[in-house]
Design a protein around this ligand. Structure first.
Ligand SMILES: Cc1cc2nc3c(=O)[nH]c(=O)nc-3n(C[C@H](O)[C@H](O)[C@H](O)COP(=O)(O)OP(=O)(O)OC[C@H]3O[C@@H](n4cnc5c(N)ncnc54)[C@H](O)[C@@H]3O)c2cc1C
Length: 499
């Protein structure tokens, strides 16, 4: 076996009994199906990249084996930065367009393992289950997805108040072997390409709704697990020239339905405990680590979109207009802000450790408040970035030949040459740039990306709530109180003797 997992090994590892529903049929082999195969190749390409760059991308896990640095548990600032460089390099492979690349949920599970003591305090054996699973997932360099949000049914009602108590996945049975899960979870991005899925509740679960307060790991090929895929964008994007992103980076999203799926106890991390359901993400640094990965990826994506905006302006000769320079400057500032915030999370990070049985010692944790600042700002900023690129591009993204095959017809190719002019490139170069621009900001794939960036970390009300919870209000209000303490009513006014 190779010392590092490569693409071929990953594609072999997902050739199983998985049940994906797409357009009225069941699909299992994503590596060969036209709705998934190009993106499956992109995933394989990530593992090939790590195999080709083992020092940058992987770390020694003993016995001559190496695993992706997403599984690395940083014991210092320097190790966190080393890990981030690997995550950045992976993001560059898909220019930030694979939101749930394998390093995302690996970051979450790794952070849970850092605080196995929290799980052990919740229930004997749960912490060991987390640690054992971490080692299993790391040693096999598994690609994990997660489903941690309840399906939208009636949001005015709590999970346990819905008309059907099993619209949201819940424990429906348990015995000496484990638990049985029944019901749905909202969206599993990349689940169709993954080995296993983490099922949990990120949002607080009400006391009394204990059957929803569980966390379990389930293989995607598990009996009873059904994945209902949304429409594939890559299936219609048959030409890379016409749809450079849709054709290669359609990471897929699917509703997961657990049709009485059995999970053994050693894959159950949280069992019927609302408080622990919250603590697994927030006392253990899982939420911060998974979203830190997301900001590293977003920094790459924004850098690329800013570069694209500049190329668009060069292509249509608007670059020297002062207003265009101003707009590009704002875009660069937005990209620079997220990049800078990633560095700030690291620089303001600190060592944190656990206590009691299964305490793993101290690890370096990115600064939570800075992370949540980035989350809150990024979900508002992304639609602005997209609108700005649309504004800079004008109708050029629509004034395009129908497909690359038009270039193969001499009569149409001649017309393309007469109509697609640019001060910096030929007709093909102009069409190529604008097809990329449309697939970045306007196509169905691009539109899904705007929805993704606006919602992957939660609706605005919840991300702002995390910032509210973690911001250092004492420091902020101390400044105000110190200032207020420097003055008072003038003596005359206080004594009622004003003129
Ligand atoms: C493209 C995409 C990919 C995703 N991938 C994943 C994934 O891989 N894994 C996963 O677990 N999840 C995934 N999600 C789900 C994502 O986490 C949720 O969309 C997100 O948490 C928001 O929840 P929601 O969609 O149910 O919106 P809701 O919570 O229903 O919110 C919708 C709107 O309703 C309003 N609202 C809701 N609740 C309140 C309230 N209490 N008070 C006031 N207003 C409220 C807000 O205006 C909000 O914007 C994905 C989502 C998208 C769009």
């Amino acid at each position: 076996m190779s010392a590092v997992k490569n693409g071929r090994m990953h594609l072999e590892s997902i050739r199983d009994e998985r049940c994906i529903m797409l357009e009225g049929r069941k699909v299992s082999d994503v590596a060969s199906h036209p709705a998934f195969r190009q993106s499956a190749q992109t995933v394989a390409g990530l593992f090939d990249y790590q195999a080709a760059n083992p020092e940058l991308m992987t770390f020694d896990i003993g016995n001559g084996r190496r695993a992706n640095r997403a599984w690395q548990l940083p014991r210092s600032y320097a190790e966190l930065v080393e890990r981030r460089k690997a995550l950045t390099a992976w993001s560059e492979q898909h220019v930030g367009f694979m939101g749930r690349s394998p390093d995302h949920v690996a970051s979450c599970i790794s952070a849970m393992a850092m605080r196995a003591d929290v799980f052990e305090a919740h229930g004997k054996g749960r912490g060991q289950a987390v640690l054992d699973y971490y080692h299993h997932a790391r040693d096999n360099d598994l690609y994990l997805a997660y489903v941690i949000i309840d399906p939208q049914a009636d949001r005015s009602k709590a999970t346990g108040e819905q008309a059907d108590p099993f619209v949201t996945a819940a424990i429906c049975d348990e015995d000496a072997e484990g638990i049985t899960i029944k019901g749905a979870k909202m969206l599993g991005t990349s689940a169709v390409f993954a080995n296993e899925v983490l099922v949990a509740s990120l949002r607080p679960v009400r006391d009394g709704d204990d059957k929803y307060a569980f966390t379990a790991m389930v293989p995607i090929g598990a009996k009873g697990l059904k994945l209902m895929s949304r429409r594939s964008y890559e299936q219609g994007a048959v030409s890379k020239f016409d749809y450079p992103l849709s054709s290669a980076y359609d990471e897929n999203d699917s509703i997961l339905y657990f049709d009485e799926v059995k999970v053994p106890w050693d894959r159950v991390f949280v069992h019927r405990n609302p408080a622990m359901s919250f603590a697994q993400f927030h006392t253990a640094p899982a939420h911060v680590y998974q979203n830190y990965q997301a900001q590293i990826r977003l920094a790459v994506k924004l850098r690329s979109l800013t570069g694209l905006a500049r190329r668009v302006c060069e292509t249509i000769g608007t670059l020297e207009f002062p207003q265009v320079k101003e707009q590009l400057g704002v875009l660069a500032a937005q990209a620079g802000m997220i990049d800078g915030m990633v560095h700030a999370m690291e620089a303001k990070g600190r060592m944190e450790g656990g206590e009691g049985p299964l305490n793993q010692g101290e690890f370096f944790i990115p600064d939570r408040a800075t992370l949540y600042s980035a989350n809150v700002l990024a979900q508002r900023l992304y639609p602005q970035v997209i609108e700005s690129i649309r504004d800079l591009a004008g109708g050029g993204m629509i004034m395009l030949p129908s497909s690359e095959t038009d270039f193969g017809n001499p009569e149409i190719a001649a017309l393309i040459g007469k109509t697609q002019h640019s001060p910096v490139t030929d007709a093909k170069g102009r069409v190529k740039t604008f097809k990329l621009a449309w697939d970045s900001v306007g196509s169905e794939f691009a539109s899904r990306h705007t929805q993704y960036e606006m919602f992957y970390s939660g609706p605005k009300i919840f991300t702002a709530g995390h910032q509210y919870r973690t911001y250092d209000w004492n420091e902020a209000t101390r400044l105000v109180d110190d200032l207020l303490d420097t003055y008072d009513l003038p003596a005359a006014s206080a004594a009622g003797k004003a003129a």
